[in-house]
Design a protein around this ligand. Structure first.
Ligand SMILES: Cc1cc2nc3c(=O)[nH]c(=O)nc-3n(C[C@H](O)[C@H](O)[C@H](O)COP(=O)(O)OP(=O)(O)OC[C@H]3O[C@@H](n4cnc5c(N)ncnc54)[C@H](O)[C@@H]3O)c2cc1C
Length: 562
């Protein structure tokens, strides 16, 4: 007998989990298929765990870019989540929405034939606010009762404080709330956790539904194809952990939320995408949508690294006896470095026109952050990394099929910094934050700047450094973007529906017409919520629409996993 649900959600990440939870709270029976593993692991729960995973873990899938010609052929990794909760289970937990103009821009871009696309800041704010359980801020912009627990950093390293003071000395205002009325300034981020425990989409939105039989979650269930009959999505085929294939059916809509690198691949494998590319791989085309996989947008980040002149920062706090001590300290007092995701402070600045909207976001990481690019080049010792990120990049890349085999990762080309305006903004951002290292009270703690070479800060030298070290800020987006009916590259309409196919929506970051200025997890959750709102037709007015809130101390299991 055919197994049927009201809805099938493909991908239990930040957006998919929220969409599923809201639909279940509206009485729908939902199957959530997640390709990755359970989110229940101590390393995922605690904030610094990300550093143990970023370079190799089963909870991540590591996409590799195709050689990037404009970066002298460099190949870099783009890690993506492989776990229930998606990015929200593995990310650095920084809580950021971007700025109102990001969403007003979408609303404008989507006008066309639509009277009211419904993506302005006024439209999306209720989603952010009702979801949010902030423990400091409560006002027109912030909610205090929502299931997503948002808090100030549980621990602040002195390096982070000196960074915040140095940037103030450079003329930037202290900003107590980057999600407040103004984005500009320097300050401490807020995080999606509470008392050292991650508030992922799995914990915040799925766990409270543990006893609700309308939510069925299957892990290690990787969807290989969307089943389409007579132009209508009717179900999906997935492969389980034993390697067996199953086809399941939806009476209502199928919602794809596999992330911006996999969602376009899945559409193409199902016959939705550029006809010529599908033909090349022997896939018959059901809907010729040339925009599928195009318009890949990501935030480029480039590190600045300095060696400290004393034992400052988090160097070696996560290994050996210090790790043990930190663990005991946390158990006994509930405080200490274990409460830090390794980044506490940051800034949004416009180096060339301070009063205009910020062009650069900075993260202050109180260690010398060594990855595949910097390992062996920079001394492994006490120090500080500042990464600069272009918040509104103009570069665009693509995701294409490597083959017609769903087990193959897609070809990914993000083209970071390819657009000259992005390169210009990054050079200005790097030069600005080099000055932070040279400004009191940070300057007194710095022995020397390791990269880039502080003795040659010409545009050419900084650009060379940027090309050598640029990598993803982990925010791939835009690969199945919404657009107007007259836009040939639009994949979705402004209601997140796939053009030319009935019963099929996409609600992850692929749908973004342009990237928001800042981190992308809260926006992904907003999109999942907006998707459920569009399906049910029930406006977002109350925290209760996200279901019961999990006790902050309680059991955080997800019981309905099969
Ligand atoms: C290392 C890292 C650090 C980050 N730090 C931050 C941060 O501090 N703050 C912030 O706001 N954002 C951060 N982000 C970004 C943010 O987490 C993501 O943008 C967000 O989670 C994207 O949500 P999504 O729903 O679009 O995709 P995802 O959350 O990635 O969800 C996609 C889900 O689909 C699953 N899946 C994939 N293919 C299939 C398939 N074929 N079948 C079934 N399931 C499938 C995946 O396993 C995953 O669970 C970070 C991301 C990473 C990776």
């Amino acid at each position: 007998m055919k197994e049927r649900f009201d809805h099938i959600v493909v991908g239990g990440g930040s957006s998919g989990s929220v969409a599923a939870a809201r639909l279940v709270n509206e009485g729908r029976r939902v199957l959530l298929l997640e390709g990755g593993y359970s989110h229940r692991h101590p390393l995922l729960d605690m904030p610094p765990g990300i550093f143990k995973m970023i370079n190799g873990s089963k909870y991540m899938r590591y996409h590799q870019t195709v050689p990037q010609e404009h970066l002298d052929g460099r190949v870099h990794d783009i890690p993506q989540a492989n776990v229930l909760g998606g990015g929200s289970s593995v990310n650095a937990q920084v809580y950021m929405r971007g700025r109102p103009s990001d969403y007003d821009e979408w609303h404008e871009m989507l006008h066309g034939e639509n009277d009211y696309p419904g993506w302005s800041w006024a439209d999306v704010l209720p989603h952010f606010r009702t979801m949010e359980g902030n423990n400091r801020l409560y006002n027109d912009l912030h909610g205090a009762d929502g299931p997503l627990l948002v808090s100030d950093p549980g621990h602040i390293n002195d390096m982070s404080r000196w960074f915040v003071q140095a940037v103030q000395a450079l003329g930037e205002p202290f900003n107590p709330d980057f999600n407040g009325p103004k984005q500009r300034g320097v300050g401490f981020y807020q995080f999606m956790n509470r008392r050292g425990k991650r508030s992922s989409a799995a914990y915040a939105f799925l766990a409270p539904l543990a006893d609700n039989p309308n939510l069925v979650i299957r892990l290690q269930s990787r969807v290989r194809r969307i089943e389409i009959e007579n132009g209508r999505a009717v179900g999906v085929t997935y492969r389980d952990a034993r390697g067996l294939d199953h086809t399941v059916y939806a009476d209502g809509e199928v919602i794809v939320a596999s992330g911006a690198l996999v969602t376009p691949q899945l559409l193409m494998l199902s016959g939705i995408g550029p006809a010529d590319q599908l033909k090349e791989h022997g896939i018959s085309c059901i809907a010729d949508l040339p925009g599928v996989g195009e318009n890949l947008i990501d935030h480029p980040e480039v590190p600045l690294i300095a060696k400290a002149n004393g034992p400052y920062g988090y160097y070696r706090q996560g290994v050996g006896w210090r790790m043990l001590l930190n663990g005991i300290h946390f158990r006994l007092f509930g405080t200490g470095p274990i409460l830090s995701a390794g980044v506490e402070a940051g800034a949004f600045v416009n180096p060339t026109d301070p009063d205009a909207e910020p062009t650069i976001q900075a993260f202050c990481v109180p260690i010398i952050y060594l990855d595949r690019d910097t390992l062996g080049l920079v001394e492994d010792t006490y120090g500080l990394t500042i990464t600069t990120v272009v918040v509104k990049p103009k570069s665009r890349g693509y995701v294409r099929l490597r083959s017609a085999n769903p087990d193959d990762m897609p070809l990914v080309s993000p083209n970071l910094l390819k657009h000259p305006d992005d390169a210009r903004a990054m050079i200005d951002g790097q030069r600005y934050f080099i000055r932070a290292f040279q400004t009191s009270p940070l300057a007194e703690r710095i022995e020397r700047i390791s990269i880039p070479d502080p003795n040659d800060l010409s545009d050419e030298a900084i650009l060379k450094h940027c090309r050598r070290f640029v990598k993803t800020n982990y925010h791939p987006s835009g690969t199945c973007r919404m657009g107007t009916a007259s836009d040939p590259m639009a994949v979705l309409d402004s209601r997140l529906c796939v053009r030319g196919i009935e019963n099929l929506r996409v609600c992850d970051l692929s749908a973004m017409p342009n990237i928001n200025a800042g981190n992308t997890n809260a926006p992904a959750m907003m999109m999942g919520s907006r998707c459920a709102e569009l399906i049910t037709g029930r406006p977002t007015v109350s925290t209760a629409q996200f279901g019961p809130r999990l006790s902050e101390q309680g059991d955080m299991s997800v019981a309905t996993i099969e």
